[in-house]
Design a protein around this ligand. Structure first.
Ligand code: GDP
Length: 140
């Protein structure tokens, strides 16, 4: 199955994107699609719609539009739950050793990577960034 990951602007700006890809591949994910993009205000607001009204929403949208990020469609058995395990807790201070956020995140907000939190959200979020043709075209 597929899930959506995003290497967030903090990790891209810090030159850690390659290390994050390597970590994901070593963990067993296949990168089925990826691109570098800079989210518009409208895209970031729509992507994080579920958090609208939370105290950190405006700051999160500002952070996610602050520079390029790298959305990725990642494939693996049980991809959604497994990617959540591989990235670690939202706050890197709480994340398990060896997780991507423990290794690469700066703070609870600037936490290096996004991962879909349910199969329903994974389907919505993969479709938010990638057309069906991009997911299938390269792989036959
Ligand atoms: P995730 O599923 O682990 O990414 O966490 P959430 O869905 O709860 O939050 C989405 C994103 O909002 C997180 O990855 C952080 O970048 C940011 N965030 C979450 N909680 C906080 C918070 O308490 N303060 C701030 N500044 N940012 C937060």
């Amino acid at each position: 199955m597929l899930t959506l990951g995003i290497i967030k602007p903090d990790a891209v700006a810090a030159g850690k994107a390659g290390k994050v890809f390597a970590h994901l591949e070593k963990a067993g994910f296949t990168v089925r699609a990826a691109r570098m993009t800079r989210l518009s205000q409208g895209q970031a607001e729509a992507f994080y719609e579920v958090h609208r009204g939370r105290p950190f929403y405006d700051s999160l949208v500002a952070f996610m539009t602050s520079g390029p990020c790298i959305p990725m469609a990642l494939e693996c058995d049980d991809a959604v739950a497994y990617l959540r395990q591989v990235i670690g807790a939202t706050d890197p201070a709480q994340a398990e050793p060896g997780t991507i956020r423990k290794l690469f995140a700066e703070s609870k907000e600037r936490n290096a990577i996004h991962a879909s939190d349910s199969p329903e959200n994974a389907a919505r979020e993969v479709a938010f960034f990638f057309a069906e043709s991009e997911l299938k075209g390269l792989w036959g």
